[in-house]
Design a protein around this ligand. Sequence first.
Ligand SMILES: *Cc1c(COP(=O)(O)O)cnc(C)c1O
Length: 472
Amino acid sequence: MEFRQAYYDEPLIKDIRSDNSFKLSEDVDENILPQNLKRTNLKLPEVSEVDVVRHYTRLSQMNYTVDVGIYPLGSCTMKYNPKYADRIASYEEFRNVHPFQPESTVQGTLQVMYELQEFLKKISDMDAVTLQPMAGADGEFTGILIIKKYFEDRHEDRTEIIVPDSAHGTNPASATMGGFDVVEIPSNSDGMVDLAALKAAVSKKTAGLMITNPNTLGIFEQNITEIAKIMHDAGSLLYYDGANLNAIFGITSPGLMGFDIVHFNLHKSFATPHGGGGPGAGPVAVKAFLSDFLPIPIVGYDGKRYFLDYGKKKSIGKVSSFYGSFSILLRAWSYVIRNGDEGLKNATIRAVLNSNYLKKRVEDHYEVPYYPLKKHEFVLSTENTGRRALDIGKYLLDFGIHSPTVYFPLIVKEAMMIEPTETVSKDDLDRYADVLISALKVPEDDLKSRPKNTAVSRIDEVKAARDLKVRW
Ligand SMILES: *Cc1c(COP(=O)(O)O)cnc(C)c1O
């Protein structure tokens, strides 16, 4: 049942010749161009329409996408991106607006942004939202700048941000970029925040704690309200990394748990296309006492018209040009409108069910450490099998399925972090489990030679990183 991906030794487009190809229409008559504007030494590809289409389609088939199959890249939430959202984002009325148009001519566009702000407030139980940040990490940076300005405003000198050892790398990176010192605390034997370690780390220097819940092990922090109390009693703030919000929509919320600042990864939770550093959106929501610090402008509504509100006295300023990643905001809005509260809650339940089903299918073969009940993702370790996570990940590719995230979080050795999402069927989950289990039965040297059926086989990743060539 191995999947054989069509292998194409695809040349560059400049090396494709269309001399003998079928021409759909005659070439443009060059004589209509003024002689003095013609360049003589310009080597553009001379390729017919058929050859252009086939070239790019073949290139696209050398890649793997959410439109091909299961893509269980833990933490990244690679769920299927529904096409209605793309269609709405392609409407001329949205595509052709200019950010400097007078407000009266873009009321519909502003309405979309306003409604998205309102929805994000509601679903997170927070009080105010900025749509500006371009990604989750940008949202974190925005949140960190808000924390900084908040304490400056209060004339408190707080220099430290606490981060658990299971955190995503962007958390300590954002805190450091904001000028804070990062204090790392260990997880306990259940894979949750160690309360004693947290209490020991908190001091008058602590500005905040950044965590995600459920955490990157897919485990819900059961002591979250106590954690919030510890932070607030010490006069410090609580930051919610929203990358895992798709595990709790409609069930609970960061506001209820006691968080002060939240970022959303719209490209993860709300099914907009992402990956490879592609477009994203990382709105930030805050409790009322922090709303004056948000970036400007916010989209306002006075009951008659929508407008850009620049009136935040203590704003940290702008964190992106114009108003954020509008085409992604629009897709997220479409997704929210189409699903409604009930649809989002069902997606959450299904995502958690899919994750636990897959975990159950593989846990007799792989160790799944820490607290047993997982949410939308789980982390297994290949260490007890004597095989490397990297080799197993490569093996999966030969079956036309994507590898999970490997070697993250750092506290699990030979980690594979699996997030199937709600958009895969039981058949897909069963096949994924079968292939994961079969990886333990093939001879070691076979495993090391994988993948064999992909457009590119095993690459030398160390050389690729050390000896970077960015041109052909
Ligand atoms: C993806 C992710 C981030 C960073 O978000 P980007 O949108 O990729 O910048 C932060 N934390 C966690 C847990 C994530 O999964």
